[in-house]
Structure formats: structure tokens, C-alpha cells
Design a protein around this ligand. Structure first.
Ligand code: HEC
Length: 126
């Protein structure tokens, strides 16, 4: 009885970390309290926000093909789930990189609405 209970607990907590792009998008949309706008997300991703780097500096012009890190030149795999099935399947990973990358590009963290817009666009790219 008891071991089964712990096995179930472990299963549930491991499952809580895994997610789908649609689930992550639903989370950011709920946090922001407004519908996600893919067109705004595309503009945001490709725009300059007054700092040295833009999202495209490392992720490349197309989220279907990926890019190269602006300072280390390391290859970065495509961000669009259609081109890379591993994308946005781990909420902790997505959060960690949104935080870090937004600070580099905007000198602040992204809002939930900005994350929802970008993710809606990335999901829509085929
Ligand atoms: C200085 C280079 C750099 C810039 C600029 C940059 N990124 Fe990234 N980004 C990375 C690296 C490196 C990773 C982690 C490696 C990987 O996942 O391929 C990453 C990963 C991510 C992830 C994680 C996706 C997942 O797998 O869950 C998201 C989301 C992301 N970036 C969004 C953005 C957005 C939005 C911007 C613009 C605001 C941006 N990045 C700008 C380098 C950058």
C-alpha cells in the first residue's frame, strides 16, 4: 500500500514538470488575463528593444531554422515546436530562459502577456 502511494506521488510530481506548448501558453495567457496575440509576438521577437541584442541575435531570423549564440557562436536549435519537438515541454526550462534572455534583450523580465504572445507566434509557425 505505502510503496504504491509513493510511486504515485513520484509519478504525479514528475508529470507536473512536463508540459506541452499549449499548456504553457494557457498558463501565460491565464496569468496575463488577456488573449495571446501571435502577430504581436512576432513583432516583439524581431524588434530591437534598445539593447545590444534582439531575440533574433541568437535565435536567428526564423524560429524554424534556429540560430547561433551572439557571443559564443554556439548553434541554437529552432524555437518553433513544429521544427523542434523538445521545445516548450518543460516549464522550468522555458521560464529560466525567458528570464535570462529577456534581461539581455529588454534589461527587464518579460511580462506574462509578452511571453504568451511570443509563444502563440512560435506555436503558429509551420
Ligand atoms: C544572447 C543569446 C540569446 C538571446 C539574445 C536570446 N536567447 Fe533565447 N535562448 C538562448 C539560449 C543559449 C537558450 C538555451 C539553449 C536552447 O534551448 O537551445 C535559449 C532558450 C530560449 C527559450 C527556451 C525554450 C524552451 O526550450 O523551452 C526561450 C523561450 C527563449 N530562448 C526565448 C527568447 C526570447 C523571447 C528572446 C528575446 C527576448 C531570446 N530568447 C533572446 C540564447 C538567447
Amino acid at each position: 500500500m505505502l510503496p504504491k502511494f509513493f510511486a504515485l506521488l513520484l509519478f504525479v510530481s514528475l508529470n507536473a514538470l512536463a508540459a506541452s506548448p499549449a499548456e504553457l501558453l494557457a498558463g501565460y495567457t491565464a496569468q496575463s488575463g488577456q488573449p495571446a496575440n501571435a502577430a504581436k509576438g512576432e513583432t516583439f521577437f524581431k524588434a530591437s528593444h534598445g539593447q545590444e541584442w534582439q531575440c533574433t541575435s541568437c535565435h536567428g531570423k526564423s524560429p524554424m531554422t534556429g540560430g547561433r549564440h551572439a557571443s559564443t557562436d554556439k548553434a541554437i536549435e529552432p524555437l518553433a515546436p513544429a521544427a523542434n519537438a523538445k521545445r516548450f515541454t518543460d516549464s522550468a526550462k522555458a521560464e529560466k530562459w525567458f528570464r535570462r534572455n529577456c534581461k539581455d534583450v529588454l534589461a527587464r523580465e518579460c511580462t506574462a502577456a509578452e511571453k504568451a504572445d511570443v509563444l502563440a507566434w512560435l506555436i503558429s509557425v509551420r
